[in-house]
Structure formats: structure tokens, C-alpha cells
Design a protein around this ligand. Sequence first.
Ligand code: HEM
Ligand code: HEM
Length: 199
Amino acid sequence: MQLKNTRERWGIVSQALHWLIVLLILGQGTVGLWMEDLRNGPDKLQVYALHKSFGLTILALAVLRLLWRWYAGRPEPVPGIPRWQVSIARLSHWLLYALLLAIPLSGWLLNSAAGFPLQWFGLFDLPAIAAQDNALHELAEEIHEFLFWTLVSVAALHAAAAFHHHLFRRDATLVRMLPGSWSHGGPPQPPAGSRRDDR
Ligand code: HEM
Ligand code: HEM
């Protein structure tokens, strides 16, 4: 299995980051929606602290993923896909990346504006990124929730497109994002090398 992306498929690092982030987002969104209804007390504080720590982890993984994408390039579009569909896919991918950064940052902002401290799994402190401000806290909370539902909508369309390619067009779009043994995509190709464009 290739570490780096090739012209034909995603390498193991991109795949691992993609699916790890998907799993973390599922857990994070579920906990985020559920935790607000918990009764006030130490358990609620603990769940909030975990939500924040996992959220910061997603932020770090998203940054890592973008750096890796810049370094390792990406596969060519699957042959036969019309140009306009390739353009829409690219646009939606960059929107997903933007949301992966903006959602945790809005969480960090709402936490700072509320005047709460921020730690990563109790191991170290992170600075506030805004001064305490009730109006900003309310606004950032709205934005945090809105961006989350935007991500849910875009990711649902994105996953539907992946299944459509797999089930109806029967092309390699989905399998090339899965570990090698799941696909029969032919021999490994040379690494994308130093291609650093973001086409
Ligand atoms: C990708 C990462 C994240 C996702 C998907 C996510 C998702 C959510 C969701 C769905 C909610 C419930 C929204 C509502 O119904 O009002 C929520 C609430 C919250 N999130 Fe996040 N979150 C993420 C990262 C963060 C981070 C990094 C922080 C802080 C550093 C944070 C702090 C909070 C807080 C404090 C609330 C509760 C707001 C309230 O009391 O109304 N989140 N989050
Ligand atoms: C939180 C949910 C998700 C997020 C944030 C997300 C994000 C992304 C991003 C940003 C890319 C573009 C990679 C790049 O060009 O660098 C991508 C590619 C891909 N995603 Fe997702 N994804 C999610 C869920 C899913 C699900 C549920 C599926 C399938 C069932 C899926 C299948 C794929 C496939 C097949 C590709 C490769 C497309 C190609 O080669 O052109 N994703 N994803």
C-alpha cells in the first residue's frame, strides 16, 4: 500500500485521515447535540471538556490533512467524469475542508467569548482567541451550530455522490478512497511526487 497519493488512487495517509475525521465528526456532532440537555454538574463539565478536546483534535488533524494534501498531491479525476462534475466535486471538497477548520475555530471562539478556560485532555492550556463578550458568545454559538448543519448537508451530498459513482457508474471513485484490498484498481502507480498544485 502506497503511503503517498498516486495518479490513480489515494495513499494510506490520506485514506486514514479521511476516515478518522469522518468517525470523529460523527461522534463529535452526536455528543455536541446531546450534551446541552445534560443536568448541570461535574459530569456535564467533563463531557463539555471532552467535546472541546476532541474538537481541537479534529482541527489539528484537518491542518495535518491539508499539509499532507499539499505535499502528496491528489489522484487525477476518474476517467469519463464530465468536466462540470469534476468542478463541482472540487468545490465541495474545498468547502468541506473550510468547514473542518471553521467549525472547531467557531467552538474555540464561543468558548473564549464565554470566558471559559480551554485545555486539551487536561494536558495543556490553550489561549483565548477573543475577550469575554456575551454578544460575541451568542453569535459564535449560532455560527457553530449553523456551520455544523452545513457540514452535515454537504457531507451527505458528498457521500451520496460517492455511492452513486460506486453503485450506478461503477467507477473507482469510492474504492480508491478505501484500503487496497477493497479494490482491484490495478498495479500501484508512481507517487504523485512533487506535484504541489491544488487542482
Ligand atoms: C469539528 C469539531 C466540532 C463539531 C463537529 C462540533 C459540534 C457541535 C455541535 C453539533 C454542538 C451543538 C450545537 C447546538 O445545538 O447548539 C456543539 C456545541 C458546542 N461546542 Fe462544538 N463542535 C466541534 C468543536 C468544538 C470545539 C473545538 C469547541 C471548543 C473549543 C467546541 C465547543 C462547543 C461548546 C462550548 C458547545 C455548547 C454550546 C452551548 O452551550 O450552546 N466545539 N458543538
Ligand atoms: C464528515 C464527513 C466527510 C468529510 C468532512 C469528507 C471530506 C472529504 C474531502 C475534503 C475530500 C477531498 C479530498 C481532497 O481532494 O483532498 C473527500 C474525498 C472523498 N470522500 Fe469524503 N468526507 C466525508 C464523508 C465521506 C463519506 C461518508 C464517504 C463515502 C461514503 C466519502 C467518500 C469520499 C471519497 C470516495 C472521496 C474521494 C473523491 C475523489 O477521489 O475524487 N466521504 N472527502
